[in-house]
Design a protein around this ligand. Structure first.
Ligand code: SF4
Length: 470
């Protein structure tokens, strides 16, 4: 039984681990990671069940009822640093019902503190470290054999005396094509919608890894510093299945640096164009991996929006966070997208330790000048295992560890309080939304694309959320 537990809507499989409601564009993504693990479990001879309780707004009671009726041998949970304690309460309840369930935990924020988690929570048997697919396959295959089970590489578990130990790193999967297609028949695909048009939306995991080492991001430690792409053939097979079998035509191509390898990207776009499939999709990029040729191909293949981590307009801040990019280059990236008919989504980060009132003002002016179609101002939220986390510990910047999120600062900077950061974000977002030219632009776009109803709903919920946080 593979679950997102009923302890809050978070981007559990993602490097950011953020609360869904903290994001400008509120979108609940299908747990394709769990569907992929479901396919793996099936290949290994199990009969898997996938449950995304928060997406269905289902309570703990439903979870317990499922445990009682489904009677899993293995319970696999996606956890986050924010939900760990509550997730573990649920695991304890499942264990009360059936002490024989093997309980496995996964999640970027928990892996780095795995030994502590195992010491604090006896109800958790093991934590999967690194890419979980091949580890889970081995576990499912060996589950009746306790001796062999605890030799599976890629686990943090307990030895005979109860002391946590690591079974050894599992190498990164060399070719992602060895993985099966996600078992989408295990998902309730209809509940995941595009916020733009309300149609069913799913995620395609096209690649893994990122060569950059931004201080706040765990991408590299999760999936390595070398980008591994799936073959175009494998991605096309998945797209075809989504369109033909599940009627899904809206996609997010998940990949930390989707536009990095130009020949692969152009080949994929060509394949989509030649297939004749009419799909509508978005992707992530970096400002130094986009040019006219790539943007034109994206547009022709059905891409409508490209997201960039601009992060900050102050070059010194960009250098300190090791983003490895020039603030000025962002203007060129946005222009390239605009002239090729692509909308842009900008991500900005505020509240890194070196942030001051002056740099916050620079950030606001930078975002205004970039004038992207969508934007997110995220407050730096140090995840265990990142360099940012260590800096914040060293400088004693943590103040509200429990309530820390992208919307509510849990850390102060060297010169600003956590409350100042939270308030700055709220006011700045409202100022950005209520620019008359911005409102007009979005309304025109929504009318042209027949999506006004969805934009209005998104705008109302967003503004309500921001006003509520006063
Ligand atoms: S570029 Fe930086 S923020 Fe983006 S995925 Fe890579 S390490 Fe993370």
């Amino acid at each position: 039984m593979l679950i997102n537990p009923p302890t809050g809507l978070y981007r559990r499989d993602d490097r950011c681990q953020s609360k869904v409601d903290d994001q400008t564009v509120r979108v609940v993504f299908a747990p394709v990671d769990l569907a992929l693990l479901g396919a793996i479990a099936r290949q290994a001879g199990a009969e898997p069940k996938v449950c995304d309780y928060p997406a269905l707004n289902q309570s703990e009671g439903v979870f317990i009822a499922d445990i009682k009726t489904f009677r899993p041998h293995i319970l696999f949970l996606n956890s986050t640093v924010h939900t760990l304690a509550k997730d573990m309460e649920l695991v304890a309840k499942a264990r009360d019902f059936d002490p024989g369930i093997l309980t496995l935990l996964h999640g970027e924020g928990v892996v780095v503190q795995a030994e502590k988690v195992l010491r604090d929570y006896p109800q958790c048997d093991a934590i999967l470290d690194g890419e979980p697919e091949l580890t889970l396959r081995e576990i499912v295959t060996t589950v009746p054999d306790e001796q062999t089970l605890w030799q599976t590489p890629g686990l943090v578990c307990r030895d005979g005396s109860g002391t946590p130990f690591r079974t050894g790193k599992r190498p990164l999967i060399e070719s992602l094509d060895i993985l099966p297609l996600p078992a989408r028949d295990l998902l309730n695909n209809k509940i995941y919608h595009s916020p733009e048009n309300g149609k069913p939306l799913t995620v395609i995991q096209a690649q893994r890894g990122c060569p950059s080492k931004c201080v706040f991001c765990p991408a590299g430690s999760m999936f390595g510093y070398v980008v591994r792409e799936r073959s175009v053939e494998s991605i096309m097979a998945e797209l075809k299945e989504c369109v033909e079998k599940y009627g899904i035509t809206n996609f997010l191509f998940h990949g930390d640096t989707f536009t990095l390898h130009k020949p692969w990207l152009l080949k994929l776009c060509d394949a989509i164009i030649n297939s004749g499939m009419k799909i509508h999709w978005g992707c992530n990029s970096r400002i130094d991996t986009i040019d006219d040729e790539r943007a034109a191909a994206l547009k022709k293949a059905g891409c409508w929006v490209v997201a960039f981590g601009f992060e900050h307009g102050n070059q010194n801040m960009l250098n300190l966070m090791r983003k490895g990019q020039r603030a000025e280059r962002a203007f060129e990236a946005v222009s390239i997208c605009k002239r090729n008919g692509l909308l842009t989504h900008g991500f900005f980060i505020a509240g890194l330790p070196w942030e001051t009132k002056r740099t916050l003002q620079q950030l606001y002016l930078y975002a205004r000048k970039l004038n992207t179609d969508f934007f997110d101002f995220n407050i730096a939220c140090p995840l265990p295992g990142t360099e940012l986390y260590n800096i914040c510990l060293q400088e004693q910047l943590f103040v509200h560890t429990d309530s820390s999120s992208y919307a509510h600062a849990g850390v102060r900077t060297l010169s600003l309080s956590a409350e100042e950061l939270t308030e700055w974000r709220r006011k700045t977002l409202l100022k950005m939304y209520f620019r008359p030219t911005y409102v007009a632009r979005i309304i025109i776009h929504a009318i042209k694309t027949g999506t006004i109803k969805h934009y209005l709903a998104a705008a109302l919920s967003r503004v309500k959320n921001l006003v509520k946080t006063t």
